[in-house]
Design a protein around this ligand. Sequence first.
Ligand code: ATP
Ligand code: MG
Ligand code: MG
Ligand code: MG
Length: 439
Amino acid sequence: MRLSRYFLPILKETPKEAEIVSHRLMLRAGMIRQQAAGIYSWLPLGKRVLDKVCRIIREEQDRSGALEIMMPTIQSADLWRESGRYDDYGKEMLRIEDRHERELLFGPTNEEMVTDIFRSYVRSYKDLPLNLYHIQWKFRDEVRPRFGVMRSREFLMKDAYSFDIDYEASKTAYDRMFVAYLRTFERLGLQAIPMRADTGPIGGELSHEFIILASTGESAVFCHKDYLSLTTPGSEVDFSDAGQLASIVKTWTTPYAATEEMHDEAAWNALPENERVAARGIEVGHIFHFGTKYSEPMGAVVTGPYGKDVPVQMGSYGIGPSRLIAAIIEASHDENGIVWPRSVAPFEVGLVNMKPGDAQCDAICERLYAELEAAGMDVLYDDEDTRAGAKFATMDLIGVPFQVIVGPRGAAAGEAEIKVRADGSRFTLPVDGVVARLS
Ligand code: ATP
Ligand code: MG
Ligand code: MG
Ligand code: MG
């Protein structure tokens, strides 16, 4: 992408309305624009990051065996009456009436709808296990939308729903998602800690929130310091091996970890003081086993191995890609701007032409631009005739992991300079070596 043809509305001033750093930086870097309270447009730079985050989420969902579908944002109130949630959900639900006075709503989540899909087609336990997911916009009329896309009213969610014949099988479905989440967050460059979450009226212990530690987090969290050094399962995990999955989950749920609501003072106080981490946290994912809460009232039954109809055991598994982007920035920035992990960076390389119009600089930049793109890298080529200081400030602000700087002196010597955004280190190398070095 050539900067001269790009739409990158950088803000010079720090927006006053933004209380936390991720919100400030997303506005300043021209990633998002607020259209109404808690409702945002995603501008080109932001959209690129959102797509990369979703791609990683999708790859890990697919790897675990979940199947992608796409359900609509608008749902019928009748479906929610079947589960009894239409009245329970309260003011967070945006209720809509169409021209025929039919009651609709903008989906805050999709348990009812996916249960309806399931019951319409699946008849036998032989078709299980099944896990269906989608990545779709949700609307929740939050009392206090704030912090930009961290707590917005319209937000993106990946929500998956598992269907199994009995508790044991659904526990394995839960473990599958648990492990897929560990891998997803690691690939996003985040350290997310699974913490026991409240299961509410359903009971049981199968609910975890995945929490990123950050000073701006909305909830107080408590965990053992061992979490900070646990290894994440690699891509070789066998998602069909229930025992292997269960043992990974055990490792990741054994040390103490709880959010405020689930905090157990006695267990906490029993830990040596130097092993305790008390911090603030951001909820980026939440997984939940709820058994037959929806399948029973909605008649989602299958014929079991002995010919008897049983309601399916279900779970749901959410991740918020839009909130995640804010969380990544909270975890990874400095005084100059965002520091993207390479996996989600809008561009991996910022190619800086220090003197557009100079024949040698232009020739080298054009060549590097073509070669880096041909090598599969996303490149933002700053081909504009602006001050050096402004060029670097922009690249720093938008957090491009590597800057490749081509100036007249280096160009004459056949050299380029590379700046690594994460640690600010710089080194010079022959133009011929740039692509290999960054691949
Ligand atoms: P919170 O406690 O922050 O209100 P929640 O528990 O209501 O979140 P869930 O219903 O568990 O959220 O939804 C799954 C995921 O969707 C959350 O873990 C989060 O990543 C994301 N999410 C929920 N609400 C919002 C929101 N208002 N803005 C952005 N992302 C959200
Ligand atoms: Mg909420
Ligand atoms: Mg929550
Ligand atoms: Mg939650």
